[in-house]
Every structure is written in structure tokens, then in C-alpha cells.
Write a protein that binds this ligand. Structure first.
Ligand code: CO
Length: 288
């Protein structure tokens, strides 16, 4: 990896260290998820780095892709299993991490097992390991404790201004022979559940990303599409980040239109199919 690129990753990682520490202190009973997300995003700004995607605060059976809505009233409750997923980038070089907390329960078995399975997976993330070998260790570690991995969620490669690239490392067993290569940057994430081990797209949708240029009828839609390329650099953005462009009603109409004409990709909330509780742990590594 070039020195210049490595420097960017190192800066993204050290900002991420600080943001994660800061975020851990914010999770308290009675706090609004919206306030937590905004404080974390403000911290990211203060550190002179940028969010690679909106702060995800996914609770209980929601595995991923929940970020607070405009005027969101969601409040942290006792015993909630809260997953915080944060990505920061420096010049497009992304550092992606997630942790889970359960207030009132210090040693939640799902949190412990997702951390353990991730640690086992990270031991294998080195040049020459095959993808299926990593997935196998994730599935076995979780199943040994009587829980399930979420088989349709995956660790993923990172690239400049690209949150999801090769390799894709599923949480469940598979036969992918692809090898991990030196120089790859991998966000490995493990999801453990007491449910059946699958997620499906659900409601609401609060995160979007630029896909392609298309002529949009609404003026607000054209402004949002422009911002998705320039202000957000083609990376995922939150609906609540658009309030400087339009009113909430117009934002909804514009996002609906942009999704319909295939100009934006939408990321609906991902929910465990049997409403099982989900814990997530994620770390980014550079393959040396
Ligand atoms: Co990730």
C-alpha cells in the first residue's frame, strides 16, 4: 500500500478510536437516539474527519441500517441491545467499526459471543486465507454457544469512497474459495442472534446513496441528487441530513421519486426474520 494512502487510513483509524470511546459514554437509559447520533456526528466533524455513512443505532431485532429520522423520538430503554456502527473517512479512506451494549446487563451472552467470533475471524484475516475458512470459524464459534450467525450479513472490503467491495465474507458457512490478499482493507463484522439467523428488509428507510444521474421532476429531488454526489461524495447519507435542502414533506416526496427512477439506492432497516435479538461487533484491518 502506498505511503500516502496508508497515512489516510491511519488518520481515519485514530479519529475512529476517539469517536468510539466518545460514543460508548453516550449510551444511557432515557437518552434519545437522535441526540446520540447527532453528538457522535458532531464529534466526527470536530476531529476534522468525515462520516463514511450515518451513525447506525440499531436496537434489539433490528440488525442494521437504523439511523434516527428527522425529529425521531426513539429513546434508549433498560435491557435494549444497542448496536452502534460508525464509519469515518479521510479523503475517502474509510474506517468502519461497530460495538453492542446492553444497559443493565454487563455480560450479555450475545455481545460476548459476537466479540469472540470476531476475534477468531480476525486471527484468520491474512494473505492466503480463503473466505470460507473465515466464515466457518464465525459460524462454529457462535453455534458452539447455542446461538446463530446472521447468514445473509457479511464482512466486506473497503476502498476509497467505497463502503462495500471485495472480498465479501458471509457470517454463515459457504464454499467461497477466494483468497484474502495483501493490501486489502477489510471491515469484518459479526452478527450473533438468538433468532433463526437471517435478516430481511423492513421499515422504515432512513439511509440512501447515489446510484446514477437521472432527470428528476421535483426541484428538491434534483438538489438532493446533486448533494448525494458532491456533499456526500457518493457515500451513504441520512434522510435527516437533508433538512437544509427541503421541508420534511418535500424530502419524503423527493426521496420516493429518486428511488423510483433508480437514481438513489435505498437501505431499508434490516430486521431479524424471527424477531431474534441481534448483537454486532465490527473491526477494520489492513491486510499486511
Ligand atoms: Co461494515
Amino acid at each position: 500500500m502506498e505511503k500516502e494512502i496508508l497515512k489516510n487510513y491511519e488518520n481515519a483509524k485514530s479519529a475512529s478510536d476517539e469517536v468510539i470511546e466518545f460514543a460508548k459514554k453516550l449510551i444511557k437509559i432515557g437518552e434519545k437516539a437522535l441526540d446520540i447520533a447527532e453528538k457522535i456526528e458532531k464529534k466526527i466533524e470536530e476531529l476534522k474527519v468525515k462520516p463514511a455513512f450515518p451513525v447506525n443505532i440499531s436496537i434489539n431485532e433490528i440488525a442494521a441500517h437504523y439511523t434516527p429520522d428527522i425529529d425521531d423520538n426513539l429513546i434508549i430503554q433498560q435491557n435494549d441491545l444497542i448496536k452502534i456502527d460508525i464509519g469515518v473517512h479521510v479523503n475517502g479512506y474509510i474506517w468502519d467499526r461497530a460495538f453492542t451494549v446492553c444497559i443493565g446487563e454487563k455480560d450479555h451472552p450475545l455481545i460476548r459471543i459476537s466479540e469472540k467470533a470476531l476475534a477468531e475471524a480476525l486471527k484468520l484475516i491474512k494473505a492466503g486465507t480463503k473466505v470460507y475458512e473465515i466464515s466457518e470459524v464465525v459460524e462454529e464459534t457462535i453455534k458452539n454457544e447455542g446461538f446463530n450467525p446472521i447468514r445473509n450479513l457479511c464482512g466486506h472490503g473497503l476502498d476509497q469512497f467505497n463502503q462495500h467491495t471485495t472480498p465479501t465474507i458471509p457470517n454463515g458457512e459457504n464454499s467461497i474459495q477466494e483468497e484474502i490478499k495483501e493490501g486489502q482493507v477489510i471491515a469484518m463484522e459479526v452478527f450473533a442472534t438468538n433468532g433463526s439467523g437471517l435478516v430481511k428488509e423492513s421499515y422504515p428507510t432512513l439511509i440512501y446513496k447515489f446510484k446514477q444521474d437521472k432527470p428528476a421532476r421535483l426541484w428538491e429531488a434534483r438538489k438532493i441528487l446533486e448533494a448525494s454526489k458532491t456533499r456526500f461524495n457518493g457515500l451513504p447519507f441520512a434522510k435527516r441530513w437533508l433538512t437544509s435542502i427541503a421541508t420534511p414533506l418535500k424530502i419524503d416526496l423527493a426521496l420516493k421519486q429518486l428511488t423510483q427512477i433508480d437514481a438513489l439506492i435505498s437501505y431499508p432497516v434490516l430486521k431479524e426474520v424471527t424477531n431474534g435479538l441481534v448483537a454486532q461487533t465490527e473491526e477494520t484491518v489492513i491486510v499486511k
